[in-house]
Design a protein around this ligand. Sequence first.
Ligand code: AGP
Length: 587
Amino acid sequence: MCGIIGYIGKREAFPFLLNGLAKLEYRGYDSAGVALLSDELCIQKEIGKLSEIQFEEEEGKIGIAHVRWATHGRVSKENAHPHFDCKNEIAIVHNGIIENHRELKAGLVKRGHVFTSDTDSEVVSHLIEEFSAEGCNFEDAVINALKLLEGSYTLLAIKSGENKIVGARKGSRSLTLGISEQAIFPASDVLAFLEWTNKVVYLKSEDVFVADDELGLCIYNLAEDRIVVRPIDTVKCDAEEVKKGEFDHLMLKEISEQDETILRALQQNEEIVQGICDKMRNAAGTFFIGCGSSYNACLTGSYLFSKAAKLHVNPVLASEFENYEHFLTDKTLVFAVSQSGETADVLDAANAAKRKGSRVVGIVNRDGSILARESDGQLFMNSGPEICVLSTKTYTSQVVLMEMLAYALAGKYEEGLKKIGSLYLDIYKLTSRSMREHLAKLAAILYDKRDIYLIGRGAQYATALEAALKIKEVSYIHAEAFAGGELKHGPLALIEDGVPCIVFVSNDNKSKILSNAEEIKSRGGYIIGVASEREEIFDYWIKVPEAEELNPIIQIIPMQVLAYQLAVYRGLDPDKPRNLAKSVTVT
Ligand code: AGP
């Protein structure tokens, strides 16, 4: 997820661009850059947060700027945006993922283009250059370039000698135009220009706009192949509302970011990962501690490490860790898992471990947090700020890190990165409008149930626990998860006609979990299957791809959406569930 902003108007662009970037920094702070057009094109870019970068104030009433979360290409100055063409005449900033960038780049390199980055975005500036060289005017060169792109994008482009900004969007990433009497501000979201104007044009997917220095504005839609008119709306909400973008709630927005955030979780330093694995192999006992969703990620990890690397680790609730402290020595390795890095139970447990001389590795999202600062080593989740009280994108980022460690422990690190990275499109589909509608129908069936039960085996048991947590904390419906094999040891007594049970099916334990489901069905239960194939026993089927050892990433996503739909159906605020806080800084 990145942030982009542009300015074309009657005043110097620089201060507007920098001020706007600061409002967008919650979308990414690996690097930042700005391009300004006066007599010539001037581009500055650096790695780090805005507060750490000193940009020179350059002249120019036209400019574009960018803050980056790296998804394709490591964090480096070369990979920072804006990107430019071979002649430094064209600059672009981009948010999204260009799925066919490898083929496009290969063709461009073959035709003599020289690339300076290993991002997917840079292909766009060279494509525009190529179409310009063929005689297209600037806007047509941009349009022809866009027609070759596969994937989703929001994009701004400027060119020496052209007093205009051309921009476009495709797919779920938003692009809005702030409209004032002095200027036009294209931006990822209205937050970037809200202090200067509340007049906004919301561009639709496949809209291309051309804004010129007379503040003329033309919008063309690629799909409809014609000029279109988009109304000028008034932003009627505060900044907090605005962060939702096009979504009704932050929870849905953050669920929908997971196609990208899992890629960001993959951006790790391999040396650090391998070093951590060595410590795991040599430790005299390894604990994974966390609370809530973070504990569920720890439990998931314990199954993955056992299966992939035959390594035993101890997942323990941080609030229960004091009962195990007598096992700790200076040879023990403790993973403290916490997206906020501020959870008091986790910090207490980590400090207890350090008092015993154990080494503490933090798996954490916020790099300024206490856990990030006080642990001996860290793996950062890179999920970006998670504002909704519920952990959704940070949970799957934690699971991605567990998967990465498991693959690395099994000596399959590269293979693992590829397999996890290939989930991008599956996750994009699992958070799509059609899946949301399918789960809204299920919410209409479940919304007034007193209890919802969930069963899974192996890592799917941890998924069932996490799904139960999501449902209960946001819809207030009692949801309880059991290991499938445990039903006959008591929980079956709870089953009566119509009681709903969600069953997580994966290839490695399919027949066993389906016979557990049969135990429920034969007593009148209503079976909801999370599975790659429809089974006779299902009363409702949620279709997910079979991802084998990666099922813990895939199968939780429809559950997050179901929990969201249940809350909405029950008229609750998914972003602020009662009695809960985003970070529990008290024990
Ligand atoms: C999960 O949806 C809840 N917000 C809660 O269980 C959370 O996971 C728990 O409080 C731990 O938070 P942390 O990851 O910031 O430590």
